[in-house]
Design a protein around this ligand. Structure first.
Ligand code: SAM
Length: 315
């Protein structure tokens, strides 16, 4: 096994400027709690790293199987593996993973990623495959989500009928269709590559399938969204990327991500967001009786678990 030197590290994690397969070969067997991959999709896109993103289908799939094999090897029993890709590639890759791991979910993440194409349906979701090594995940605490409410009056958009007063004050169960992940288009993220995933998405995956102190792995670092989510929530992390400039720059200006993550945590695991509670009060909409305690608690307690202390940077 060859030794590699990380190009950048913090007290919790390190990234290697290296090819994913070479890097993965240096990771010990069954040491990773959560493995995540967002590879290039072979769509002929241009990457800063200059990779060829337009190879024959069979070559692309053979390449994916090489790093997936390594990821499966490094996963602990009970560890979770997530693969983000287009449905077209998730179909054969999911079938391959099924031979090695246990299928949990195909999560559809509602994001439009292409213009409508003639004689086809409008491509409007990415597939997030979720597999586990062994029968069941060692760690599983999915977010609970706030009830979707009208942005004007704060009223529920869905009719919960007679169940309204029995609803869990911590929010509704996470489903396998995610419609609340925003595209990364905000001006402050513009300099980040078009391929960067939303911090909200990576926070949801990281907090669902790992605990503080767990080891999170991502062989396709990109702009470092997985590493940032792991770092700010106290997970250890490792990964690779062919061109790490964006990751290093992002870790040197982490405040925007930290503030963003605080906001994300403040708006999950509760039945109504603060903004919706305010709208409901203004518009005289009574709260479900089960929610009264949570409403009082909101005024005084912080629901956010994000690490606010300064992190130590070394590279
Ligand atoms: C879709 S992007 C990942 C984006 C990332 N999830 C984020 O949120 O910023 C895929 C990344 O894989 C990197 N990549 C492509 N081939 C690679 C290889 N063989 N080894 C390591 N990284 C590679 C590309 O440079 C690109 O940054």
């Amino acid at each position: 096994m060859m030794t590699m030197i990380p190009i950048f590290k913090t007290a919790l994690g390190e990234v290697y400027e290296a090819d994913c397969v070479s890097f993965l070969k240096t990771v010990r067997d069954e040491t990773v709690d959560l493995a995540f991959a967002d590879p290039p999709f072979n769509l002929g896109k241009e990457y800063t790293s200059g990779i060829d993103d337009n190879i024959a289908d069979h070559e692309y799939l053979a390449w994916c199987r090489r790093w997936l094999d390594e990821m499966c090897r490094t996963l602990k029993p009970g560890g979770s593996l997530f693969l983000w890709n287009l449905p077209r590639w998730n179909l054969p890759l999911g079938a391959y993973l099924n031979e090695h791991l246990t299928f949990r979910h195909w999560i559809a993440v509602d994001i439009k990623y292409s213009l409508p194409i003639g004689r086809r349906l409008y491509p409007s979701h990415y597939g997030l495959l979720y597999f586990v090594k062994g029968d069941r995940p060692e760690i599983f605490h999915p977010d609970r989500l706030p009830v979707p409410c009208c942005r004007h009056c704060g009223g529920e958009l869905r009719d919960y009928g007679g169940y309204k007063d029995k609803m869990n004050p911590k929010g509704v169960n996470l489903a396998d269709v995610w419609t609340d992940i925003p595209p990364v288009r905000h001006a402050k993220y513009k300099k980040r590559g078009a391929n960067a995933l939303a911090l909200k998405l990576m926070d949801r995956i990281v907090t669902m399938a790992s605990d503080p102190g767990s080891l999170v792995l991502d062989p396709f670092g990109g702009s470092g969204t997985t590493f940032v989510a792991a770092e700010l929530t106290g997970r250890r992390w490792i990964g690779s990327e062919l061109h790490c400039g964006a990751i290093i720059e992002r870790f040197h200006t982490l405040d925007a991500d930290r503030d963003h993550l605080v906001q994300i945590h403040e708006n999950k695991n509760l039945l109504f967001t603060r903004a919706d509670l305010k709208r409901r009060r203004t518009n005289g909409k009574p709260l479900p009786s089960a929610y009264q305690i949570q409403d009082n608690e909101l005024a005084t307690s912080c629901v956010c678990g994000v690490e606010k202390k300064q992190i130590e940077l070394t590279f």
